[in-house]
Design a protein around this ligand. Sequence first.
Ligand SMILES: [Zn+2]
Length: 661
Amino acid sequence: MTPSGPAPATTASPADRTYLLERIDEAAIVQVYADGFRNLSLREKTLVWHLSRAAIAGRDIFYDQRYAHNIDMRDVLEAIVMHATGIDPATLAEIRRYTKLFWINTGPYNNITARKFVLQCAPEAFAAAARAAQAAGAAFPLRSGETLDQLLARLEPMFFDVSFEPTVTSKTPPDGEDILTASANNLHVGVSMQDLDGFAEQHPLNSRLVKKDGRLVEEVSRIGGRYSRYIEEIVRHLEAAIPYATEPMADALRALIRFYRTGEATDREAYDIAWVRDKASSVDTINGFVEVYLDARSIKGAWEALVFYVNPEKTSQIRALAEHAQWFEDHMPWDPQYRKAGVRGVTANAIDVVIETGDSGPITPVGINLPNDQGVRERFGSKSVSLTNINEAYDKSTLPEFRIEFSWSPEEAGRAVTWSAFAGELTTNMHEVIGHGSGKVSERLNGRPQAALKEQFSAIEESRADLVALYFVADRKLVEIGLVAAEDHDAIVRAEYESYTRNALVQLRRIREGTQIEEDHMRNRQMIVRWLMANTSAIDVRRRDDKTYYVMTDPKAFRDGVGRLLADVQRIKAEGDYQAAKALVETYGVHFDSALRDEVVARVDRLKLPSYTGFVMPRLETVTDEAADITDVVISYPLDLTAQMLEYSAATRHLRTMTAP
Ligand SMILES: [Zn+2]
């Protein structure tokens, strides 16, 4: 996937509507618009409606996966926010700040740094607020016989102690711990890496692994298993959607339902195949246990859902890339033995999302390429989507200072203003369509390089996709297939290489504490730039007025270096060379200089530039006739994170246990 970042897309839209809603500390909150929804047929709108209910139904699964205490914590916070009478104003303001960060990060861990953030008021003040809310009628998630004070005492370390379970996913653990014991997520319980020696998982993607009485138990997510109540609800909505789906999509939804019933890997594979075969439907959904970034082992899938429709105007660019996928494969700068012969069609669409939940919302990627199953990809191809309306919302909410502050010269800044949105969208599409879909891995890995590369896999795979985009963005082929004008090509390449280089510096703003990068896309981007600095003459580090600049000076040296590094990264993936992966990522992608970070943070804070963005989704509402049939689905834009989060939580409250006072 391609993660969020300030980037792409200029799309015509009503000039004066609001994108940036508010700032919470270093986060921005931005409204997403889905203008094309109104032009869908009633059948398509009704389909989107049922799929969006399925997306909301599963949201709490991801809350629970990310942290075992998440849902209790959220219920406590929401009880207070919804019954905010008689609470000390300073305490209430702090609870609201924390709750908004909690919602956009899905719990108390920063989505980028993986580190914990805490409530900055006294536990007694928080308890007083909770008691006031209880007196005003709020229900709290009390266990049988538990009082409110006992509940608050139970959750105190989670809300207030930054050193208690400090990291949600730790791929570079402190001494004496391993990647599982140091990770606070709920994907493995009481399990260390050593316990896994010789243990063969039957349900790697969709289970929680728990050590019980000295034995490893796989708790499988399925009807009758883990998350059964949520999954039953998801399935009900998916079943309601089927009559409105195209035949290939209905096949995929039936396969997904079957997987949710059995939890078996063979049914997951059948679903992946059915989903990838549906190439032409105008509406589509991703719903299930998909990306593996939350798991330090890169094995367990985090639950997510997206519902989207194709944006036809924006789709032509990525279709052109997809049509020439074999040409790109044949020209990959890696050992020919790793080139795929007959590249199976990558189905590429520009889409507008209507809702994203779980692992993909409120913080969302800008591009997605699935399925992740390497075996399915090699036999059946993959589908790639570029999230056009997310890109648009990023672009419209990005301040121009962001591009200027870190540019060495006015020419560089000018190129960024002119080209970085265009170049960013183009390389995002290349990353997804010809990056992730490319290459062949050694037979002996059985289509599962993840197993060999373990915690290094995601950073390696994301580097590979980025490097493919950086390598081919400078290729004349793009002019030949009509994606860029010949006279603009050099400026576009230069602008992209410059912005990629600057980003290695600018992204340090996102890690305000510590000196280590945990997030895989950030590791990959840091690694590529730092590797180029060490191994080519393409990048200069310069200082002026006590400010540091990473200056890309030689596009040809940059591209040559990218080609060399890409050849090595492909070899690492194809051979499952764990030692080389670890050496590459840890040498160039993990550690950084804290003084440099402090400088960058001071520069962005002076300009009030956000480090990451949480999105408010559109809202759907049905219009029904006397027979309760849907006659229309109306879209609106809440412009309010709190209202939307409370509405989503209310939709699944009947599936949780809540005790009124
Ligand atoms: Zn990616």
